[in-house]
Design a protein around this ligand. Structure first.
Ligand code: PEP
Length: 252
């Protein structure tokens, strides 16, 4: 049985003061218990990982893990501005998002780089959250499944059996930060297609890998999305910045 996982991607938001308030609210909200068999994490900017890690410990938020939004594809060396997987592990991260569409679009990250980052994350004992998804043009031209399955196939070709220790996040680019959520059925159909593509490689890997949906997830659409058989939770951007919305999605 795959656990339901909700991961908040704070993107480039937050401050020392607002992070403190967010974690205090979520600690209070999680105190009364959370649904069993679920996992929750937040991915703040690099600059706040140490602070958020300490606050999670200070408030004893047992239900909440820490994650990062990106990582270097290299282990160490002369890579100014980069952050290695080992550093993230040392800061207490359990998850690392790789290949987010904003990284692919704004920083020209290609599938090979995404796979190299995922390998770094795995080698450091953390879980990569590998993002895939099609643009509006690709969907409108009827190529959504072909594009997404090709992205998945690239990861399969590099990561092989190690994919069993990864999460995949299906994030249609047209749904990220736009308020245009994919309908639960559209999302389910793509998650199914991804799982079938994984099963062509290995049935066991396909049944183990958690596939999260991302793209304008909100408290009012999370219940329907998470009820779908191949949707194993959500990668939540904008709505994760509001502690009450994040809690509501975690409980959906
Ligand atoms: C994201 O950034 O991964 C995301 C899904 O954003 P939003 O929920 O705001 O669409």
């Amino acid at each position: 049985m795959r656990p339901l996982i909700v991961i908040g991607n704070w993107k480039m938001h937050g401050s020392l003061a607002s992070n403190q308030d967010w974690l205090k609210s979520v600690a209070r909200g999680m105190q009364s218990g959370m649904p069993a068999g679920r996992k929750f994490a937040i991915c703040p900017p690099f600059a706040y990982l140490a602070q958020c890690g300490s606050l999670i410990k200070e408030h004893a938020i047992a239900f909440l893990s820490l994650g990062a939004q990106d990582v270097s594809s290299q282990g160490s060396g002369a890579y100014t501005g980069e952050v290695s997987a080992a550093m993230l592990k040392e800061l207490g991260c359990q998850y690392v998002i790789v290949g987010h569409s904003e990284r692919r679009q704004l920083h020209h990250e290609v599938d090979e780089v995404v796979a190299a980052k995922a390998l770094q994350v795995l080698d450091s004992g953390m879980t990569p959250v590998i993002c895939v998804g099609e643009t509006a043009d690709e969907r409108n031209s009827g190529r959504a499944e072909e594009i997404v399955c090709a992205q998945v196939a690239k990861q399969v070709s590099v990561l092989q059996d190690r994919l069993a220790d990864c999460l995949i996040a299906y994030e249609p680019v047209w749904a990220i930060g736009t308020g245009k959520v994919a309908s639960a059925q559209v999302a389910q159909d793509m998650h199914r297609a991804i799982r079938l593509r994984l099963a062509e490689f290995d049935e066991d890997v396909a049944s183990h890998v958690g596939i999260l949906y991302g793209g304008s997830v909100k408290p009012d659409n999370a219940v329907e999305l998470f009820a779908m058989p191949d949707i194993d939770g959500g990668l939540v951007g904008g709505a994760s910045l509001n502690p009450q919305d994040f809690l509501a999605i975690c409980q959906a």
